[in-house]
Design a protein around this ligand. Sequence first.
Ligand SMILES: Cc1cc2nc3c(=O)[nH]c(=O)nc-3n(C[C@H](O)[C@H](O)[C@H](O)COP(=O)(O)O)c2cc1C
Length: 274
Amino acid sequence: MGFITIDREKCNKDGVCVSECPARIIQMDEKDGYPVPAPDFEEYCIQCGHCVSVCSVDALSLDWLAPEVCTAVNRDLRVSPEQAEQFLRGRRSIRTFKDKVVPREIIEKLLDIACSAPSAKNQQPWHWIVVENPEEVRRLAGMVVEAMRLTIRADAEAAETMGLPRVVASWDQGYDRICRGAPHLIVVHADRNWAFGAEDSALALGLLDLYATSIGLGACWAGYVYKTLNSYPPLFEALGLPADHLAFGAMMIGYPKFTYRRIPVRHRPRVSWI
Ligand SMILES: Cc1cc2nc3c(=O)[nH]c(=O)nc-3n(C[C@H](O)[C@H](O)[C@H](O)COP(=O)(O)O)c2cc1C
């Protein structure tokens, strides 16, 4: 059969694995009613692991994924809707950081959680660059400012529209609006030909931001870094991005200096009901 192993002692033939397979490449064997891979299984499996993780009796294993290596969902850890709402609405972009570095193992955990984000076709296209050294973050922020100065010289009107002169003026006065004095910077990059690089990366950074909040860290999108990276070769090279990749996001990370006490009001959803 290959690819899928069914423990016939355990399988209750409920067909849930067939229903949940996004590629529709598991079918019930007409002869004995057990799940089997379709002929095109290998070609179309996106390795999402849903068939393993949805089986209520741990009867299904893939060649590369056994139920035992998948963490069991602990129902006692489910969050209530109230907890979820406060947590999701209460996350803030942090722009003032303590003068304290984040241990590498914590950053590794952040990246691990980020990589559990959804991605188109389950491609998990992410590659990460972590700037651990706060002085290097500052140097890179300075490079972004240099790129801004070039833009201001080349096209003052466009630069004004983007608000660059004010950002540069802040830098010259000693305030870093690029990386906000964060001790660390995380950049996500992916193959430049992957059609969903931007979406997949934004989702991964979104999870990273949320998990960071849950463990008392603060994060903020580094939009100026991200936007400059792909168009300013010195910065692209300074970060060592491969030529066939693009940066799809950058995030500042550190310990927040201040605590937010209230949740600001947002626009109401602008929605058309059809
Ligand atoms: C794509 C993107 C780029 C951003 N770039 C920056 C940035 O360069 N600097 C900054 O201070 N905040 C940046 N932000 C943070 C937004 O300003 C922030 O999300 C917004 O004001 C709402 O605040 P909140 O995240 O605390 O809810 C960025 C956010 C996104 C989604």
